[in-house]
Ligand binder design. Structure first.
Ligand code: ADP
Length: 632
């Protein structure tokens, strides 16, 4: 076609978010320009993986040519081209993939960046992965020519980042994509062969497909293909551990996850026998941002079958309480045509999942042994997720119990249960825990007064998941975990006394005033300074759980608790004396109401009628001061 007959290219605007991402990339990453190569190679490698995956059902797609990624620097033109023979893109895919932001992740990345008000948070950018847009770190114009596998059309996508992009028909002999970067005047260094080799070594050596660099014209000999391989082209996880250094493990992690930070720890293992698979699993340093967003877990653990990439984020391979783990599983036993559905009830997958759990827990055990301080950092980031395992997975109860850490009355730092047990006092029967909305609330609970007097250590649980975790764990090293607010708490072998003794008439009076609002009223053995508290009868929900369920919109009827009164408290003995004196006494009823309201407040609940509670307190203060009650 001559220039006159060629139709004008279609012009498209970028979606507004793309322009914003481009802007951010250019302004925040200028000191890390070289990452463009890693990002584009990553895309090319993914495109080859996708092709191989499609070829498992459409073998005709593959053709003769070896799958590879090529780097073609052209000094005269000032361009660097990355060419792959992967899956390619159709016209519509070019528009969609390179002109809009498909993942809501990127949108929220923008929001997060805006909220932070700074353009330089690398960790944040890294977590979202800017991918293709990194091209604009070094180029002022980018041309993409692509031909989708199975199609005979090719399209050229072209943009200077400022004014949207153009699309026009193009020619390309075979399937694949080439990305041509018109390098900025000050970025021509990226045409240097040694520079490209260095960068591939540094960032992309483990890419499982060959990366080839075009030879210089004078280097070419006859019969030479004109390309030199510059990476090992062997998936990192397939290499023996001894051949991989730390830097490579770290780079591979970054390649997999887009995280800019190093991983905290990793485990690389090969399982042989009835099942054969290789795993390379990483624990990040900080929660992947999508970890707790349902439907947003884009990265996760990648599944390969016999070196062929099958899927990202393969939930079925990882227990939900390890959902922060990233990495690769490469199975020799699964069929290439596995789908998310068939994975769910595959015995192979269940076996892999058990290994994933075991290897990760082993590695975390080691970390805890190597450095309790580093482990505490890990626990601070992911403990909340791991604790779900105590509740969900009885199979791992003991191992998770050993890895769990809690706050406690022993110092300010968190403690393991093993350390707690080693500090248990003689005669101490259980591992005690107090639940509250904060450490402060758990620590000042009246339920632990008698335990504190005996210098028994108490765990302070203030995470929403904590009670479920403690109830799931049940016991550790043969010691029962005991909620101090449960009715069955025994202090020195005594539970609350059923025989009220001298307190009988008072207790009868309390019961008649409170009626159905309490299940029972008893003399307490757990109180020292406080006059009364509410305890949880067997089978009833604890108050923290009730509040959690209600906060999640569940309709939980209030469950009556047992009121315990402190027989040695001067207030109780004084009221008791009034009751013993006989006759109806309006004041006594008011005080009983107040005792009950107070007990509700200390367990973190709200009195049934806060307004009446406030009025009672006011009345009491007025009486104490001898002030006349306000006229109604
Ligand atoms: P990400 O790789 O994180 O999805 P990118 O911005 O890097 O985001 O790329 C967007 C999409 O464009 C990719 O998901 C992929 O579908 C497509 N793409 C990019 N590069 C290529 C390529 N070389 N071959 C085929 N598709 C590609």
């Amino acid at each position: 076609m001559t220039d006159e007959t060629r139709p004008a290219p279609e012009h498209h605007a970028f979606q507004a978010e793309v322009s914003q991402v481009l802007d951010l990339v250019i302004h925040s990453l200028y000191s890390h320009r070289e990452v463009f190569l890693r990002e584009l190679i990553s895309n090319a490698s993914d495109a080859i993986d996708k092709l191989r995956f499609r070829a498992t059902t459409e073998p005709g797609l593959l053709g003769e040519e070896e799958l590879r990624i090529r780097l073609l620097p052209d000094a005269d033109a000032g361009t660097l081209t990355l060419d792959d023979n992967g899956v390619g893109m159709t016209h519509d895919e070019l528009v969609q993939n390179l002109g809009t932001i498909a993942h809501s992740g990127s949108k929220r990345f923008l929001e997060a960046m805006k909220a932070k008000g700074s353009g330089s948070d690398l960790a944040l950018i890294g977590q979202f992965g800017v991918g293709f847009y990194a091209a604009w770190l070094v180029a002022d114009r980018v041309d993409v020519v692509s031909r989708a596998a199975g199609s005979d059309e090719a399209w050229r996508w072209s943009s200077d980042a400022k004014n949207g992009f153009d699309l026009e028909p193009a020619t390309r002999e075979a399937r694949g994509t080439s990305v041509t970067l018109h390098l900025k005047a000050d970025q021509k260094d990226f045409l240097e062969r040694w520079q490209l080799k260095d960068l591939v070594q540094k960032y992309s050596d483990f890419v499982g497909h060959p990366i080839e660099l075009a030879r210089e014209a004078d280097d070419k000999t006859e019969g030479d293909p004109g390309f030199e391989a510059i990476n090992q082209a062997r998936a990192l996880w397939q290499r023996p551990r001894a051949e991989i250094d730390e830097a490579q493990y770290k780079e591979f992690y970054k390649h997999l996850t887009n995280d800019w930070d190093d991983p905290m720890v990793w485990a690389h293992f090969k399982v042989e026998g009835s099942q054969e698979f290789t795993g390379l699993l990483y624990v990040p340093k900080h929660p992947p941002f999508e970890m707790d967003v349902p439907g947003e877990a884009r990265r996760g653990v990648r599944l390969f079958v016999k070196r062929v990439f099958i899927m990202d984020n393969c939930d079925a391979l990882v227990p939900v309480w390890l959902r922060f783990v990233r990495g690769v599983i490469d199975s020799d036993d699964l069929p290439l045509n596995v789908s998310r559905e068939t994975l769910q009830d595959s015995a192979v997958v269940r076996a892999i999942k058990r290994h994933v759990a075991k290897k990760t827990l082993d590695r975390l055990d080691e970390l805890a042994k190597e450095s309790e301080e580093q482990y505490a950092t890990f626990w601070g980031q992911f403990g909340r997720v791991m604790k779900e395992g105590l509740h969900l997975d009885t199979e791992y109860r003991d191992r998770l119990g050993a890895l769990a850490r809690f706050e406690s009355s022993h110092g300010d730092s968190i403690t393991s249960l093993a350390d707690y047990v080693s500090r248990m006092k003689e005669g101490q029967e259980a591992i005690y825990y107090s639940v509250g909305d904060s450490r402060q609330a758990a620590a000042s609970s009246p339920h632990i007064e008698a335990l504190r007097a005996r210098e028994y250590e108490v765990l302070y649980l203030s995470d929403a998941i904590d009670t479920l975790a403690a109830e799931g764990l049940r016991e550790f090293q043969g010691k029962k975990l005991q909620n101090v607010a449960n009715a069955d708490l025994k202090v020195d072998g005594d539970a609350a006394k059923d025989d009220p003794g001298a307190l009988g008439p008072f207790i009868a009076r309390v019961k008649s005033v409170l009626g159905g609002r309490v299940r029972d009223v008893r003399a307490s053995t757990r109180l020292k300074e406080s006059p009364a508290c509410l305890v949880i009868p067997p089978g009833a929900l604890n108050p923290a759980m009730e509040r959690l369920l209600r906060a999640n919109g569940r309709d939980v009827p209030p469950s009556a608790r047992v009121l315990e009164v402190n027989p040695t408290h001067p207030l109780i003995t004084a009221i008791q004396a009034r009751v013993d004196a006989g006759g109806p006494d309006a004041d006594v009823s008011e005080w009983i109401e107040l005792l009950h309201d107070q007990a509700l407040l200390t367990e973190g609940s709200t009195p049934d009628d806060p307004h009446r509670f406030a009025r009672r307190v006011t009345d009491l203060m007025q009486k104490a001061l001898g002030a006349a009650p306000a006229a109604n």
